[in-house]
Design a protein around this ligand. Structure first.
Ligand code: DGL
Length: 278
């Protein structure tokens, strides 16, 4: 087990990881809510997408990436990937007990809370939607609220977003194929259950405007994840109260691609490094 190393514990960075650029949709909330925190962002783009892989593979890969982040001295971890959270958060918590660790999960509870029709579409990767953890959550919230969840795997969508093809014809066609049937079944709420998907929110809103018969709410949990992280850091006495914060990116693919994603998606220009993590 690797222990984090830091001189002043609250000065250590927060490690954030995703299979690729999707976790940047979570990082932007963390950056906004906790502007004094140093952030390390790890995009495992050389191995994305995770969503088509086996659960065992996602667990082993997630543990390797997390080990790398703690070796860089992270004081806390955000698993900014629904697929990795559903498959691996238990194993991660077991290997690093006591560390502040936050995962992301499709927002089924907030989705059920805002839905008027009681029909909630859930867009996520195939692996997320097959995960035991997600299915248990669905059953629990359905029993408590009477909501009906329409689970829609979005095969291929992560690849399009990794390529930066946010408004491309192929991406829009894919989104129509996944979103329109949910609207036709009466969903008035769409949960973005993959951290890549907020980056195609505009395209989803255009499809909704054309095909929905009434208002539709999109649910993204990035903001809530950042708030939970702030609570955990505060509870552990690890909040960095002031000072200029540094942001650093790591990728298992091309550093220029992650740098372009930071710039294009968030308008940020951190130092980005390509690394190998086995
Ligand atoms: N951003 C990841 C998620 O939230 C995408 C997973 C993948 O690589 O398939 O699920």
């Amino acid at each position: 087990m690797t222990q984090p190393v830091a001189n002043a514990p609250f000065d250590a960075p927060i490690g954030i990881f995703d299979s690729g650029v999707g976790g940047l949709s979570v990082l932007r909330h963390i950056h906004a809510q906790l502007p004094h925190e140093h952030l390390l962002y790890f995009a495992d783009s050389g191995f994305a997408p995770y969503g088509d892989r086996s659960e065992e593979w996602v667990i082993a890969r997630s543990l390797a990436v997390v080990r790398f982040l703690f070796e860089q001295g992270a004081k806390a971890l955000v698993v900014a990937c629904n697929t990795a959270t559903v498959a691996a958060i238990k194993a991660i918590r077991a290997e690093w007990p006591g560390m502040p660790i936050v995962g992301v999960e499709p927002g089924l509870k907030p989705g059920a809370a805002v839905s008027q029709s009681g029909k909630v579409g859930v867009l996520a990767t195939d692996r997320t939607l097959r995960g035991e953890k997600l299915l248990q959550l669905r059953d629990q919230i359905a029993a408590a609220t009477g909501a009906q969840f329409l689970l829609q795997p979005c095969i291929g969508l992560v690849d399009q977003i990794e390529l930066g093809e946010l408004g491309a014809e192929a991406t829009v066609a894919m989104l129509e194929k996944y979103v329109v049937p949910l609207l036709e079944q009466g969903a008035d709420t769409l949960v973005l259950g993959c951290t890549h998907y907020p980056f195609v929110e505009d395209a989803i809103r255009r499809i909704v405007a054309t095909h929905a018969s009434g208002p539709v709410t999109l649910v993204d949990t990035g903001d809530a994840v950042a708030r939970q992280l702030a609570r955990l850091l505060e509870g552990a006495g690890l909040l960095r109260p002031a000072g200029v914060a540094h942001l650093r990116g790591y990728t298992t693919a091309d550093a220029a691609v992650l740098a372009a994603a930071f710039q294009g998606l968030l308008g940020l220009a951190p130092h980005v490094e390509a690394v190998e993590v086995a």
